[in-house]
Design a protein around this ligand. Structure first.
Ligand SMILES: [Zn+2]
Length: 274
């Protein structure tokens, strides 16, 4: 079994001019894939590095431009995502575990594959190296890649925020903290599908949550309701206390668990706000 330690750079929406809109189906578009392949002895056997031509967010977000060293007009050849992911998938081979620093990159990789209709890449074996590092160190807050590199006294010889060099750093960390006797492999695909089903279930329950008066705890009748993607607002009036009530219910994720959190408050303003 081989380990594929990968890292991605993304471009995302930026309002360059009036009327520019984000695509709700693709929040983060991959513009670089960097990866290192390790054998079961954790020795490097191959590297992968490819720049991708963005088609949804063609101009680089100024934040991305500042953070990475990537320019829109960079002279190196850029290939479309599907072409790149095909060769990445072939390069990976059959017996491979995807590994990355945190969840953002695996979420983004799956989102891009779904968006561009590439379904040959499997997400059933995944290792979150950040999580292993956090356990190793007893951390509760997610550390940055750079702070982990410093924490393990790994020499900083490459620039950060380049997909390949970040993947190389992640490998260095992996070698220091990974214990193959522990079962760190997650079925990411299964977890995602379960999460999606849970969100659908919770969305249907959002509008059913009770609106109560924060003063007397009494049930208040809803006069107005507004439903957003993962949020639900209701407005009413407590006739006992003579106060207007504002109710907000939202779907939240805490330590990977989705649930509905509801807040009832006295309505000071007569408007729906974020
Ligand atoms: Zn009341």
């Amino acid at each position: 079994m081989n380990y594929i330690i990968f890292d991605l750079e993304f471009n995302m929406f930026f309002r360059f001019k009036e009327g520019d809109l984000a695509n709700p189906d693709l929040k983060n578009e991959i513009i670089q894939i960097g990866a290192v392949k390790l054998n079961d002895k954790l020795e490097t056997i191959s590297e992968f590095n490819s720049l991708i031509k963005p088609v949804i967010y063609k101009r680089l977000n100024p934040y991305v431009k500042r953070k990475t060293n990537i320019n829109t007009s960079q002279v190196v050849p850029r290939r479309p995502f599907v072409e790149t992911i095909k060769s990445f998938n072939t390069w990976m081979g059959n017996d491979a575990v995807l590994c990355s620093w945190g969840q953002d990159d695996i979420l983004g990789l799956r989102e891009n594959c779904l968006f561009f209709g590439f379904d040959a890449l499997f997400f059933d074996k995944f290792i979150n190296i950040q999580q292993i590092y956090m356990k190793f160190r007893g951390l509760t807050k997610q550390p940055s890649l750079e702070s982990a590199v410093e924490g393990l006294e790994i020499e900083k010889s490459l620039p950060f925020h380049d997909a390949l060099s970040d993947a190389v750093y992640t490998c260095d960390i992996f070698r220091k903290v990974y214990d193959d006797r522990t079962d760190a492999i997650i079925n990411w695909e299964k977890v995602q599908i379960e999460n999606e089903l849970k969100i659908i279930e919770l969305k249907s329950l959002l509008t059913q949550s009770d609106m109560r008066c924060p003063e007397c705890e009494g049930l208040v009748q809803k006069h107005e309701e507004v439903t957003k993607t993962k949020k639900y607002f209701a407005f009413g009036f407590c006739t006992e206390c003579n106060i207007p009530i504002r109710h907000v219910s939202r779907i939240t994720n805490k330590n990977g668990e989705y649930s509905i959190v509801s807040i009832n408050a006295i309505n000071k303003r007569d408007e729906v706000s974020e």
